[in-house]
Design a protein around this ligand. Structure first.
Ligand code: C2E
Ligand code: MG
Ligand code: MG
Length: 760
């Protein structure tokens, strides 16, 4: 009898062990684990039964407890395994309760009556097995066999209940067979489930890889082992085109720039031997259908069919990079002509300056371009610019970068060699090219036209070293060139820039200076042509600019006129002059008139005559002591207003002189039409005297003035010859360095004092 029991125990042990070994490899299959444990624990039951059956009370007790614990634990693990197999895993709490409950109830039953206990155990096992069968029979063939074997094992236990020990060999024998069947069914279930799961996983993965938008390749040496559909799509191949790319080498040679191939081979080698764990790079590639691709790559080592390989993941960045380049192109190119724009020029200048490379920068501005727009409309203007842009690019595109800076302004940038004067030579060649281009007419659909341009040239590093300074210099030179009609060229010179830079600064500083007493007047005496006695002063403005020194009116008056500051500045000067007149009057009593210069723009203000009268009244000055000198050009351009304002002031008793006569758009008729008191002949007419022709001109003016009853003053009298010829020509009053330079107020007061001295 014991042989059957030991066989049973051995079979349980072996099957249990086999199940645990399977579980060890397939940790996901928990039911194999529980069933394996159940079989191992069950292997204890037959020997425990034999021990319990021995006569000795001690062994009897040990056997009893071992048997009941083993049977209960085995049954519980069995149910846990079955539940897991059926997809109803039990919680740990339930398992513990199951073991404990079985031990207690089974133990009590066995204590009272072993057969009753066996009947209880058999019933419980059978019921549990029926429950398990109800779970398992729908799942699959091996699961069903498992359930049936379990039910049969439960029923098998009733043999001992019915036949006692006599039935034991039969029960043990049947149990052994059933347990082998159960074990095999479980192993099958485990293997087929694990195969199913592996297949499922594989399906999921290949799904992911096949549908991925990222390209995926596996390279082993020169062979491309795998390429997913995304990779083929990215490189412009049909989905079944992968196999046509027989080797990785072919792939590389067709898609990769030559310079990168060596790098790629070396990277592959280092990844495969494990020198680098991972690498990321990006680059430009060519697709098999000829497009340019921008790709990002990541690669690492993988095992492929037991051999090391490189797995490469490819992200297609082409759309993003293209969009970025389009934006960049838009930002750095001119929409009308497609040429690089001002910001592109600035970037290029920065690059070239940083590289220290000699180059020539030419700024071209079309002369009188406004006329095209005004005469033919802006669309013709646009066509002109497009035609010029195309002409420049065709004629000079090989030698220089052609750019459009806006409006009618273009730039040419020509890098030069390091040889002496190379940049200058490059500039001259470009100018030659521009001249050639512009000697021919440009043809628009409806007309032909000729263009002139003014060209300013700055050279790096001869003119300046920084992009801003170069642009400023070339711009100043271009404006200088504008002064000359026709195609004109000007190399940058420091003085052009100084002029424009100073102008801008002056405009800014003027506003500040007006409020802080920086303006003062100097006084130049006017003398009687015969007696040389003092007959008047001309007040001339000076600006004591902090940090710079004395600034001449020819510099700041035009700036004040441009910025609209001439009004307030003129008022200030008028006030300063009247203040001085009042002071001298108080000191010397009888003094000479003082002339104040008036800007053309001041004369446009209808309130100007009133303002003059108010100022005179404020300082209590007789109008006869003030003369206003009006520049000839101002009077000419605004004849009507000039006549009206001058008339108003004359009516108040203020003398008005026409200044700088003979310089601007002279019209002798003007002398007749304006209600003037005096005419001042410009020093450019006095300077050539006593040359007979110059003297004749001055004499003619004096004769006319005499006929019109105007006093004549000669300006710029520097020599006794000037003085005598001016007198001979008919000038009554002389002013110039021969008598005095413009004087500070205290020195001018010296002249007044001398005049009022009793011995004179
Ligand atoms: P302007 O009214 O014809 O003044 C005469 C200019 O000739 C003065 O130059 C004077 O210094 C200069 N000058 C006088 N004698 C001689 C000479 O013998 N030889 C030479 N070469 N030059 C002589 P300045 O003071 O530089 O003034 C230049 C111009 O600026 C003035 O010409 C006038 O048009 C304008 N200006 C001066 N002060 C004022 C002002 O307060 N308001 C306005 N609106 N313009 C002013
Ligand atoms: Mg003057
Ligand atoms: Mg003058």
């Amino acid at each position: 009898m014991s042989a059957e029991l030991f066989l049973n125990s051995g079979v349980n042990f072996v099957v249990g062990l086999a199940l645990l070994l399977v579980w060890n490899n397939e940790r996901g299959q928990n039911f194999v684990h529980w069933m394996g444990l159940s079989f191992l624990v069950q292997a204890i039951s037959p020997p425990a039964f034999l021990v319990w059956q021995t006569g000795s009370p001690a062994w009897n007790t040990i056997g009893f407890f071992t048997l009941i614990t083993a049977a209960s634990t085995s049954l519980t693990l069995w149910m846990v395994g079955a539940a897991d197999l059926a997809g109803h895993p039990l919680s740990n709490g339930r398992i513990a309760m199951g073991v404990a409950g079985l031990i207690v109830t089974g133990g009590i039953a066995l204590w009272y009556e072993p057969r009753l206990a066996q009947a209880f155990g058999a019933t419980l096992t059978t019921l549990a097995a029926i429950v398990a069968l109800s779970w398992l029979h729908r799942l699959g063939r091996y699961e069903r066999i498992t359930g049936i074997a379990m039910v049969l094992l439960g029923l098998n236990q009733f043999i001992w209940v019915a036949c006692g020990n006599a039935g034991l060999p039969l029960q043990a024998g049947l149990a052994t067979v059933l347990r082998v069947v159960l074990g095999l069914a479980l192993l099958h279930a485990a293997v087929s489930r694990s195969r199913g799961e592996t297949g499922h996983l594989r399906d999921q993965f290949s799904h992911l890889i096949e549908r991925s938008h990222q390209g995926l390749a596996v390279m082993q040496g020169e062979t491309m082992k795998y390429a997913n559909p995304a990779l083929l799509r990215i490189y412009g191949l049909p989905a079944d085109g992968g196999p046509k790319i027989a080797t990785g080498k072919q792939w590389r040679n067709s898609t990769m720039p030559e310079a990168e191939r060596v790098v790629a081979r070396e990277r592959h080698r280092r990844i495969v031997v494990g020198e680098i764990a991972q690498d990321h790079w990006e680059g430009e590639r060519r697709s098999f259908d000829g497009r340019t691709l921008h790709l990002r790559f990541s690669a690492w080592k993988v095992d492929w069919d037991g051999q090391p390989a490189e797995q490469i993941v490819v992200t297609d960045d082409t759309a993003r990079v293209d969009a970025m380049q389009t934006l960049l192109h838009q930002a750095t190119h001119d929409e009308l002509t497609g040429l690089p724009n001002r910001s592109a020029l600035q970037q290029r200048l920065r690059d070239l300056c940083a590289a220290g490379q000699p180059f020539a920068l030419l700024l071209l501005d079309v002369d009188r371009f406004k006329l095209f727009n005004e005469a033919h409309g802006p669309s013709v203007g646009d066509e002109v610019l497009r035609a010029l842009a195309a002409g420049l690019a065709a004629q000079l595109g090989q030698q220089a970068e052609v750019m459009r800076l806006g409006e009618d302004e273009f730039a040419l940038l020509a890098p030069a060699g390091n040889a002496a004067n190379a940049a200058e030579r490059a500039a001259r060649e470009l100018v030659q090219g521009v001249r050639q281009l512009l000697t021919q007419s440009f043809k628009l659909p409806e007309r032909r036209f000729f263009l002139d341009v003014s060209i300013g040239i700055a050279l790096h590093p001869a003119t300046a070293a920084s992009p801003d300074a170069l642009l400023r210099s070339a711009n100043a030179a271009m404006h200088e060139a504008k002064r000359t009609p026709g195609i004109s060229v000007q190399f940058a010179e420091e003085r052009f820039e100084r002029g424009s830079g100073a102008l801008l600064d002056a405009e800014q500083a003027l506003r500040a200076g007006m409020n802080s007493d920086e303006f003062a007047l100097v006084y130049q005496p006017k003398v009687d042509a015969r007696s040389h006695a003092l007959v008047g002063f001309e007040a001339l403005a000076r600006w004591n600019r902090p940090g710079i020194g004395r600034v001449e009116p020819n510099e700041f008056i035009p700036a004040a006129e441009r910025t609209g500051l001439i009004g307030p500045l003129g008022n200030l000067i008028l006030t300063l002059a009247c203040q001085q007149i009042a002071e001298w009057r108080e000191t010397f009593g009888n003094i000479v008139p003082v002339a104040v210069n008036v800007s053309p723009l001041q004369l446009l203000d209808p309130g100007f005559p009133d303002l003059v009268v108010r100022t005179l009244r404020h300082f209590n000055i007789p109008p006869a002591l003030l003369t206003l000198e009006i520049t000839e050009s101002a009077a000419v351009t605004h004849m009507e207003q000039a006549r009206e304002r001058i008339g108003q002031m004359r009516a108040q008793g203020i003398e008005v002189a026409l200044d700088d006569f003979g310089t601007g758009f002279s019209s002798l008729n003007m002398l007749r039409s304006l209600p003037l008191s005096t005419v001042k002949i410009d020093r450019t007419l006095i300077d050539p005297m006593p040359a007979p022709d110059a003297t004749a001109v001055v004499k003619a003016i004096c004769d006319l003035a005499a006929a019109l009853d105007l006093e004549v003053i000669a300006e710029g009298v520097e020599t006794p010859e000037h003085a005598s010829s001016a007198l001979a020509a008919g000038c009554q009053v002389l002013q110039g360095f021969l008598y005095a330079h413009p004087l500070e107020a205290k020195d001018a007061a010296g002249w007044l004092r001398a005049r009022s001295a009793p011995d004179r």
